[in-house]
Design a protein around this ligand. Structure first.
Ligand code: UDP
Length: 259
């Protein structure tokens, strides 16, 4: 398993794209051999960390998850401030694209669950156009409400074998759904992907490559989806907390010894 860092109380795994893909593919292969259980993969960013600090159940769920990829450049910055290092910024959208390429070669079957009506289907169609060998078992909005779990599980189960389930209900709802339902469905891997179906389907524009290279995706999202400003306040709050934790840590490290 990968090395992990504790970022303000949340476990973030120091994986690269290649390592994350190797882990996920390995879990799917284990399941084909009849071994291993369900694996919840999450895509934490500073909003996740701030939410987990307010919500102990979400925090516990992230600690139980099989893999928490470092999505969100704020996490890499905070790691530096706290004296650690996350080697790569693993973006959920790019991880899904790379996984799709590998799944197309391997013949893996995916189910896309969540987002507004029609969006998961549109995202699936775009993926199929780009990665023709990929098998999509289903693409449905479903419902994140616990009282609908039975109905949604029946919908997914009716689609036959599913190796990987991508779910877009926003955090922490999508992670809670995976925690409740992945095991009973006997699906080896589920990834909470947030707005990824909106990007894949073209409903929301992705930041241009230059903005991604400069790690300014958060700014592009704020400009193109200004209603998110309140949610994005989590980013400066998170960085302020990380800076404060770094100062406290250095005070502890530099504290004079006994005379
Ligand atoms: N969503 C949904 N049902 C809900 C709440 C959210 O289908 O009850 C979808 C929403 O349409 C969007 C995704 O969940 O596609 C969450 O996207 P968001 O932008 O919040 O995720 P982020 O990328 O910020 O993690």
């Amino acid at each position: 398993m990968a090395r992990s860092l504790d970022i303000l109380g949340v476990r973030v795994d120091d994986v690269t794209y290649d390592e994350a893909i190797a882990l996920i593919v390995g879990w799917i292969d284990d399941a084909r051999r009849g071994a291993g259980g369900p694996h919840v993969v999450t895509t934490p960013n500073p909003e996740f960390v701030m939410a987990a600090r307010r919500d102990p159940a979400f925090c516990a769920l992230l600690h139980r998850a099989a893999l928490n990829i470092p999505d969100g450049v704020g996490l890499l910055l905070a790691a530096r401030l706290l004296g650690g290092r996350l080697r790569e910024h693993v973006r959920g959208t790019d991880l899904v694209e790379r996984l799709a390429r590998s799944a197309a070669d391997r013949g893996d079957r995916w189910f896309l669950l969540g987002a507004a009506p029609g969006v998961a289907r549109a995202a699936a169609d775009r993926l199929l156009a780009r990665y023709p060998g990929l098998q999509i078992a289903g693409a449905e909005p479903g419902s994140p409400r616990p009282e609908d779990d039975g109905r949604v599980r029946a919908l997914v189960a009716a689609a036959g074998r599913v190796d990987l389930l991508l779910i877009a209900y926003g955090a922490p709802t999508q992670e809670a759904w995976l925690d409740r339902n992945l095991g009973p469905l006997r699906i080896p891997v589920g990834i909470g992907v947030g707005g990824v179906f909106n990007f894949l389907s073209g409903r929301a524009p992705r930041a241009p490559l230059w903005a991604r290279r400069l790690e300014l995706e958060w700014l592009h999202r704020l400009v193109t989806q200004p209603w998110r400003w309140r949610r994005q306040l989590a980013l400066p709050q998170f960085l302020a907390l990380a800076a404060w934790a770094a100062v406290r840590r250095s005070r502890i490290t530099n504290a004079p010894g006994p005379h």
